[in-house]
Design a protein around this ligand. Structure first.
Ligand code: PMP
Length: 356
């Protein structure tokens, strides 16, 4: 039976990515070798890295003065690398979830950190809107999409302060005005590639301003100077990333995928809002993520949760269990998720309602 992969991450990737990467695992670029066993300094792999970097720039319209890097260490390493390189005296953090809070905790090792706003009071089920931002911040950090709670800041904030953003779970899902950011980072394992590589977009001008010594591996300038080859990059995930980037490009780029993502998410939110058995955990449509859609049983039907899970599983839906801190269900609808899979989940919800 066809599986519909709603996992939050690692998560669904385009068939194009999986098929091409599988081929390169046996014969990479006609070398007769696996992509897993070639030198990262071979001309074939250097070409992959160069093309991946230039395709990120093309898809996201990265302006001049920014560098694109592919690093190891996951988004979690960026929680410390960002302040190590960019926090001179004071940074602001928006606390919109567990990942945002982890980023904030790391920053405190490097300077003064101000929590600008928090939605922790309601288990992070909304995006704080009204807050003051001091004008003397080195940067304001935000997590644009909160994977666990299904909230998303879908626009690039205009607050008169440079932004640093964790875009791990919504990078490439919508157009981004890169010029508002000093730094963007994203673990690959949602919209890009298998786990193991982290995308970084950093503004040249923001670097080199710290008094502290920065260890080479944690200094963005090291990786810029070495074109992401200072140490051995995660070769296979970078190869897969290039396939996903090309898939995006072949399918109309970011604005096209954004339209599809909005349509896809609407199909599921509409069902959640109209089906009397379910309710969305995020009420304000403005805050609702188009990548992670969280919903629970209405209180009076709470005891039917297991039964719905069973039904959805029997239809091939995988990975819809909500995060333990939210409960219920979470359907992750990343770029590669076809609308048909969402329709299968919606049909299961309708079948469930008809039965009860
Ligand atoms: N930020 C966000 C928004 C996440 O969803 C995750 C989980 N993938 C992380 C950071 C942590 O990423 P990693 O596991 O790559 O360190």
């Amino acid at each position: 039976m066809k599986k519909h992969n709603f996992s939050a991450g690692p998560s669904i990737l385009p068939e194009f990515t999986i098929k091409n990467t599988a081929e390169a695992v046996t014969n990479f670029a006609g070398t007769g070798l696996s992509v897993m066993e070639v030198s990262h300094r071979s001309k074939e792999f250097v070409a992959v890295m160069d093309e991946a970097i230039s395709t990120v720039k093309e898809l996201l319209h990265v302006p001049a003065g920014y560098h694109v890097l592919f690093l190891g260490g996951g988004a979690s390493t960026q929680f410390c690398m960002a302040p190590y390189n960019l926090l001179k005296t004071k940074a602001g953090y928006l606390n919109t979830g567990a990942w945002a809070a982890k980023a904030q905790k790391e920053a405190k090792l490097f300077g003064e950190v101000i929590e600008i706003a928090s939605s922790k009071d309601k288990n992070y089920n909304y995006i704080p809107k009204k807050f003051d931002v001091p004008s003397d911040l080195d940067y304001l950090h935000l997590t644009t999409n909160n994977t666990i709670y299904g909230t998303e800041t879908k626009t690039d904030l205009d607050l008169g302060v440079r932004l640093v953003a964790d875009m791990s779970s919504d990078i490439f899902s919508r157009p981004v005005d890169i010029s508002k950011y000093n730094l963007i980072y994203a673990g690959a394992q949602k919209n890009l590639a298998p786990a193991g590589v982290t995308l970084v977009i950093v503004k040249e001008e923001a670097l080199g301003k710290m008094d502290r010594a920065i260890p080479s591996m944690l200094d963005y300038r090291t990786h810029i100077a070495a074109a992401s080859m200072y140490n051995t990059p995660p070769v296979l995930p970078v190869y897969a990333a290039l396939q996903t980037l090309n898939w995006l490009k072949n399918n109309g780029g970011i604005s096209t995928i954004n339209k599809k993502n909005i349509e896809k998410a609407a199909v599921l939110y509409d069902e959640i809002d109209s089906n009397k058995f379910f309710k969305a955990t995020v009420e304000d449509p403005e805050d609702r993520s188009i990548m992670n859609i969280c919903f629970v049983m209405q209180d009076e039907y709470a005891d039917l949760e297991g039964e719905f899970m069973q039904l959805a599983t029997s239809k091939g839906c995988v990975g819809i269990k909500g995060h333990r801190s939210v409960g219920g269900f979470r359907a992750s609808t990343y770029n590669a998720m076809p609308k048909e899979s969402i329709e299968v989940l919606v049909a299961a919800m309708q079948e469930f309602a008809a039965k009860h």
